[in-house]
Ligand binder design. Sequence first.
Ligand SMILES: Cc1cc2nc3c(=O)[nH]c(=O)nc-3n(C[C@H](O)[C@H](O)[C@H](O)COP(=O)(O)OP(=O)(O)OC[C@H]3O[C@@H](n4cnc5c(N)ncnc54)[C@H](O)[C@@H]3O)c2cc1C
Length: 469
Amino acid sequence: MIGIIGGSFAGLFAARALALKGWQVTVFEPDAPGDISDFDRTFDEWQRPGVPQLRQPHTVRALARRLLLDRDPELAADLLGCGAIEWPYSLRRPDVERVEDPELIGILARRTTIEPVIRARVESTPGVTFVKAYVNDLVFEQTKDGPKITGLVLRDGTRLPFQCIIDASGRRTRLPEWLRKIDIEPPAVQSQPAGMIYYSRYFRFHPGAEATNMTGIRSGPAGVVPLMAFRSNTLDRGTFSLALAVASWEPRFRALKNDQVFNAFAGQIPAVAKWIDPAVSQPISKARAFGDIFNTYWDFMRDGKPIVANLYALGDSRVHTSPYFGWGITLALKQALLLADNFKGPDNIDHQSEFERAAAAFCYPYFEAAAEEDAARSAIWKDEPLPQSDRYTFYTSVLTPAASRDPYVYREVYRRTNMLTHPHAIFDQPDIIDRARRAMQAGPDKTISAQDVLDRIETAQKATMLAAE
Ligand SMILES: Cc1cc2nc3c(=O)[nH]c(=O)nc-3n(C[C@H](O)[C@H](O)[C@H](O)COP(=O)(O)OP(=O)(O)OC[C@H]3O[C@@H](n4cnc5c(N)ncnc54)[C@H](O)[C@@H]3O)c2cc1C
């Protein structure tokens, strides 16, 4: 009855949530599932062409953990039982009060571990069928009330009738193309480059090796310097990821695609050097780049009603935000639950509109926050003047650095990052704004200059060349 295009997070969460409510769902996914009997082999070998970001670091936000525990304890147990780390976020500095928050717990594991675990649970859910196939087109019918979806076409030409279709085919969705083909104007889109390219690599600690987290903020060294943010996270089975999110306009960073340059560059960050020291850990992947990153939002309502009756979009094909925020999986889960709550069967335009309004109310502020924060960060990195009245200039230059000094500011910044509070709500907390201003009165942390960062790339390249001679 319901056809879902794409069996990644959005498609899987939707299939599960709808099937638990008694609906019959068919998921079309061309890629084979990952093997859950050996997660290290899956990490090394799983072929997943439909998801090019598969081996980029992914974190699961505290909101997703809470939603799963509340709404789907079985799936939560699978996810938490697969070796994932439940990470309680709090400022860990010996010189400040420790402020705990029982809700503020994220889930850390390789995406190649968690995605197959979710798929396995969805496969065993009564009412869900998987078809290993690529959807090549949609079938529509014109009614007096406007276009309505009636089915889909597979790559081999097979036409299958469906009363409802969910597009969960990710950021490269072909939906706009399919709609244009039958003269339907695609949904209005807002899109803005994130201004970053990701370079990342995975490592595994040697048995018994210990690393000190010098930043005290996250489950691994993290920080922001001009032109670059670096993040690491301890993950399942003694592994950890290191991601360098660098200014997309600076071509010298392209050298980071080289494994040796990546390590030689990252090794110049003192906190990271301790983790990637060959005596402590060893790389388990190549350095991988991911560019072409946008914050994008599609509006599926026009003139107060859904653009196509019985057609839904979930996950990245509705909204995607820069990976810097780590919001995509949780946005997909929340949308899937909203759909399951509002779905009352086909040809029910009022409930479809209800879902659209609920999804927009939840998702749009995340798009807006990501776009504004990325723009503010890019301007700061480019040394462009920006009014301090701009809320995300304030967020980037005062609230975020204050989080590593004041445990209450930390808690609110990380509740926001973990999607437990509305993304803009922090600006309506005068006590937190005051605390942040006071914490930053001593001035910003001593940091290196943009030129220093670029010089270090050059140093890393030279060291790599010398080592090769
Ligand atoms: C570098 C990077 C890092 C990220 N880090 C994080 C993070 O830390 N935390 C987080 O929450 N999010 C993160 N994200 C975002 C996250 O990857 C996405 O939000 C998430 O994968 C979206 O899930 P989805 O199901 O909507 O789409 P996708 O995961 O993109 O999956 C789309 C699926 O549809 C299938 N498909 C495509 N076309 C068709 C078709 N025509 N027919 C049938 N099937 C089709 C594909 O095979 C695939 O399985 C990151 C993204 C990037 C790029």
